[in-house]
Ligand binder design. Structure first.
Ligand SMILES: Cc1cc2nc3c(=O)[nH]c(=O)nc-3n(C[C@H](O)[C@H](O)[C@H](O)COP(=O)(O)O)c2cc1C
Length: 196
Protein backbone atom coordinates (compact mmCIF):
# COMPACT_ATOMS: atom_id res chain seq x y z
CA UNK A 1 0.00 0.00 0.00
CA UNK A 2 1.22 3.50 -0.79
CA UNK A 3 2.60 5.56 2.10
CA UNK A 4 0.19 8.31 3.18
CA UNK A 5 1.44 11.89 3.31
CA UNK A 6 0.48 13.84 6.42
CA UNK A 7 0.87 17.61 6.53
CA UNK A 8 0.85 19.44 9.88
CA UNK A 9 0.12 23.17 9.80
CA UNK A 10 0.99 25.20 12.89
CA UNK A 11 -0.77 28.56 13.03
CA UNK A 12 0.52 30.03 16.29
CA UNK A 13 3.12 32.79 16.25
CA UNK A 14 4.50 31.35 19.51
CA UNK A 15 7.42 28.94 19.06
CA UNK A 16 7.02 25.86 21.29
CA UNK A 17 3.61 27.16 22.35
CA UNK A 18 0.67 25.02 23.33
CA UNK A 19 -0.79 24.29 19.91
CA UNK A 20 2.67 23.67 18.45
CA UNK A 21 3.26 21.07 21.18
CA UNK A 22 -0.11 19.46 20.45
CA UNK A 23 0.77 19.39 16.76
CA UNK A 24 4.19 17.84 17.39
CA UNK A 25 2.62 15.02 19.41
CA UNK A 26 -0.10 14.37 16.84
CA UNK A 27 2.48 14.31 14.05
CA UNK A 28 4.61 11.88 16.04
CA UNK A 29 1.60 9.57 16.29
CA UNK A 30 1.00 9.90 12.54
CA UNK A 31 4.66 9.16 11.77
CA UNK A 32 4.68 6.12 14.01
CA UNK A 33 1.54 4.86 12.25
CA UNK A 34 3.57 4.86 9.03
CA UNK A 35 2.82 8.20 7.37
CA UNK A 36 5.36 10.39 5.62
CA UNK A 37 5.05 13.51 7.77
CA UNK A 38 5.91 17.15 7.27
CA UNK A 39 5.13 20.03 9.62
CA UNK A 40 5.07 23.65 8.55
CA UNK A 41 4.57 26.72 10.72
CA UNK A 42 2.78 29.66 9.12
CA UNK A 43 4.97 32.05 11.09
CA UNK A 44 7.89 30.98 8.85
CA UNK A 45 6.10 32.01 5.63
CA UNK A 46 5.47 35.42 4.14
CA UNK A 47 1.97 35.67 2.76
CA UNK A 48 -0.61 38.37 2.29
CA UNK A 49 -4.17 38.28 3.55
CA UNK A 50 -6.76 37.70 0.82
CA UNK A 51 -7.33 40.96 -1.03
CA UNK A 52 -10.79 39.99 -2.31
CA UNK A 53 -9.81 40.77 -5.92
CA UNK A 54 -11.93 37.94 -7.32
CA UNK A 55 -9.01 36.77 -9.46
CA UNK A 56 -9.50 33.16 -8.37
CA UNK A 57 -12.98 33.14 -9.90
CA UNK A 58 -11.38 32.88 -13.37
CA UNK A 59 -9.34 29.68 -13.04
CA UNK A 60 -9.25 28.72 -9.35
CA UNK A 61 -5.73 30.08 -8.90
CA UNK A 62 -4.65 32.78 -6.46
CA UNK A 63 -3.11 35.79 -8.18
CA UNK A 64 -0.95 36.62 -5.13
CA UNK A 65 2.40 35.02 -5.96
CA UNK A 66 3.74 34.84 -2.43
CA UNK A 67 4.82 31.96 -0.21
CA UNK A 68 1.25 30.70 0.15
CA UNK A 69 1.82 29.14 -3.27
CA UNK A 70 4.24 26.65 -1.66
CA UNK A 71 1.69 25.83 1.01
CA UNK A 72 -1.05 25.29 -1.61
CA UNK A 73 1.15 22.70 -3.34
CA UNK A 74 1.84 20.82 -0.10
CA UNK A 75 -1.80 20.99 0.91
CA UNK A 76 -3.08 19.64 -2.40
CA UNK A 77 -0.54 16.81 -2.26
CA UNK A 78 -1.40 15.72 1.30
CA UNK A 79 -3.63 12.78 2.20
CA UNK A 80 -3.98 13.77 5.85
CA UNK A 81 -3.97 17.28 7.34
CA UNK A 82 -3.61 18.37 10.95
CA UNK A 83 -4.26 22.06 11.56
CA UNK A 84 -3.31 23.51 14.95
CA UNK A 85 -4.33 27.06 15.91
CA UNK A 86 -4.82 28.95 19.19
CA UNK A 87 -7.83 31.06 20.12
CA UNK A 88 -7.18 34.79 19.95
CA UNK A 89 -10.07 37.21 20.57
CA UNK A 90 -12.67 34.43 20.64
CA UNK A 91 -11.77 33.06 17.23
CA UNK A 92 -8.86 31.57 15.34
CA UNK A 93 -5.67 33.65 15.57
CA UNK A 94 -4.89 35.97 12.66
CA UNK A 95 -2.19 33.85 11.02
CA UNK A 96 -4.54 30.89 10.93
CA UNK A 97 -7.48 32.97 9.73
CA UNK A 98 -5.32 34.56 7.03
CA UNK A 99 -4.44 31.06 5.83
CA UNK A 100 -8.12 30.08 5.77
CA UNK A 101 -9.14 33.18 3.82
CA UNK A 102 -6.50 32.36 1.21
CA UNK A 103 -8.43 29.13 0.62
CA UNK A 104 -10.88 31.24 -1.36
CA UNK A 105 -9.31 29.80 -4.53
CA UNK A 106 -10.63 26.37 -3.46
CA UNK A 107 -14.09 27.86 -2.90
CA UNK A 108 -13.97 29.37 -6.41
CA UNK A 109 -12.81 26.05 -7.91
CA UNK A 110 -15.60 24.16 -6.22
CA UNK A 111 -18.55 26.53 -6.35
CA UNK A 112 -17.89 28.79 -9.34
CA UNK A 113 -15.96 26.51 -11.68
CA UNK A 114 -17.72 23.34 -10.44
CA UNK A 115 -14.46 21.37 -10.43
CA UNK A 116 -12.85 19.04 -7.90
CA UNK A 117 -10.21 20.77 -5.79
CA UNK A 118 -7.97 17.75 -5.23
CA UNK A 119 -9.08 15.09 -7.74
CA UNK A 120 -7.79 11.61 -6.89
CA UNK A 121 -10.13 8.99 -8.37
CA UNK A 122 -8.09 6.04 -7.09
CA UNK A 123 -6.16 7.77 -4.33
CA UNK A 124 -6.78 7.68 -0.58
CA UNK A 125 -9.41 9.95 0.97
CA UNK A 126 -8.23 13.30 2.34
CA UNK A 127 -8.94 13.50 6.06
CA UNK A 128 -8.23 16.22 8.62
CA UNK A 129 -8.09 17.05 12.32
CA UNK A 130 -8.13 20.36 14.18
CA UNK A 131 -6.18 21.04 17.40
CA UNK A 132 -6.62 24.13 19.55
CA UNK A 133 -5.98 25.73 22.94
CA UNK A 134 -7.55 28.67 24.74
CA UNK A 135 -6.64 30.51 27.91
CA UNK A 136 -10.20 30.53 29.24
CA UNK A 137 -13.07 28.12 29.41
CA UNK A 138 -15.66 30.66 28.29
CA UNK A 139 -18.72 28.99 26.74
CA UNK A 140 -18.31 28.57 23.01
CA UNK A 141 -14.69 29.72 23.03
CA UNK A 142 -13.76 27.23 20.28
CA UNK A 143 -16.98 27.45 18.23
CA UNK A 144 -15.90 30.11 15.77
CA UNK A 145 -12.52 28.47 15.07
CA UNK A 146 -14.05 25.02 14.60
CA UNK A 147 -16.59 26.44 12.17
CA UNK A 148 -13.84 28.11 10.15
CA UNK A 149 -11.78 24.93 9.94
CA UNK A 150 -14.80 22.85 8.93
CA UNK A 151 -15.51 25.39 6.20
CA UNK A 152 -11.89 25.35 5.00
CA UNK A 153 -11.70 21.57 4.93
CA UNK A 154 -14.92 21.39 2.93
CA UNK A 155 -13.55 23.92 0.44
CA UNK A 156 -10.30 21.98 0.11
CA UNK A 157 -11.92 18.54 -0.32
CA UNK A 158 -10.76 17.34 3.10
CA UNK A 159 -13.14 15.35 5.31
CA UNK A 160 -13.23 16.91 8.79
CA UNK A 161 -12.84 14.08 11.29
CA UNK A 162 -12.57 15.62 14.75
CA UNK A 163 -11.25 18.43 16.93
CA UNK A 164 -9.16 18.29 20.09
CA UNK A 165 -9.59 21.58 21.98
CA UNK A 166 -8.15 22.36 25.39
CA UNK A 167 -9.40 25.22 27.55
CA UNK A 168 -7.68 26.96 30.49
CA UNK A 169 -4.29 26.47 28.85
CA UNK A 170 -2.61 29.84 28.63
CA UNK A 171 1.09 30.17 29.51
CA UNK A 172 3.64 28.97 26.97
CA UNK A 173 4.07 25.21 27.33
CA UNK A 174 1.29 24.86 29.91
CA UNK A 175 -0.23 22.06 27.84
CA UNK A 176 2.66 19.88 29.04
CA UNK A 177 0.96 19.79 32.46
CA UNK A 178 -2.38 18.67 31.05
CA UNK A 179 -3.33 15.18 32.28
CA UNK A 180 -4.24 13.67 28.91
CA UNK A 181 -3.92 16.17 26.03
CA UNK A 182 -0.58 15.02 24.64
CA UNK A 183 -1.49 11.34 24.77
CA UNK A 184 -4.91 12.08 23.21
CA UNK A 185 -3.50 13.92 20.22
CA UNK A 186 -0.73 11.35 19.77
CA UNK A 187 -3.43 8.67 19.55
CA UNK A 188 -5.50 10.89 17.25
CA UNK A 189 -2.50 11.24 14.93
CA UNK A 190 -2.15 7.47 14.78
CA UNK A 191 -5.88 6.97 14.24
CA UNK A 192 -5.90 9.56 11.47
CA UNK A 193 -3.46 7.47 9.44
CA UNK A 194 -5.35 4.25 10.05
CA UNK A 195 -8.75 5.82 9.20
CA UNK A 196 -10.29 5.44 5.73
C1 LIG B 1 -3.77 38.24 21.38
C2 LIG B 1 -4.31 37.09 22.21
C3 LIG B 1 -5.68 36.96 22.31
C4 LIG B 1 -6.21 35.91 23.05
N1 LIG B 1 -7.57 35.80 23.14
C5 LIG B 1 -8.11 34.77 23.84
C6 LIG B 1 -9.53 34.63 23.92
O1 LIG B 1 -10.29 35.39 23.35
N2 LIG B 1 -10.03 33.60 24.65
C7 LIG B 1 -9.22 32.72 25.30
O2 LIG B 1 -9.73 31.79 25.94
N3 LIG B 1 -7.86 32.82 25.23
C8 LIG B 1 -7.28 33.82 24.52
N4 LIG B 1 -5.92 33.93 24.43
C9 LIG B 1 -5.05 32.94 25.09
C10 LIG B 1 -4.55 31.85 24.13
O3 LIG B 1 -5.61 31.18 23.51
C11 LIG B 1 -3.70 30.83 24.91
O4 LIG B 1 -2.58 31.47 25.49
C12 LIG B 1 -3.24 29.64 24.07
O5 LIG B 1 -2.70 28.66 24.92
C13 LIG B 1 -2.18 30.06 23.05
O6 LIG B 1 -1.75 28.95 22.29
P1 LIG B 1 -0.28 28.93 21.62
O7 LIG B 1 0.70 28.81 22.77
O8 LIG B 1 -0.30 27.78 20.73
O9 LIG B 1 -0.14 30.22 20.88
C14 LIG B 1 -5.35 34.97 23.72
C15 LIG B 1 -3.96 35.15 23.58
C16 LIG B 1 -3.45 36.18 22.84
C17 LIG B 1 -1.95 36.31 22.70
Amino acid sequence: MQQLKCLGIGCSPRIQGNTSLLLANAMQGAAEAGAKCETIYLRDYKFSPCIACGGCNQAGQCVLKDEMQMIYRQLLDADRIILAAPIFSMGMNALGKGFIDRGQRFWATKYILNQAVAPRPDGPARLGLFLSAAGTDLPGVFDCAIRGVKYYYKMADIKYLKEFCYSKVDAKGEILNHPNALQDVYQAGQDLILAH
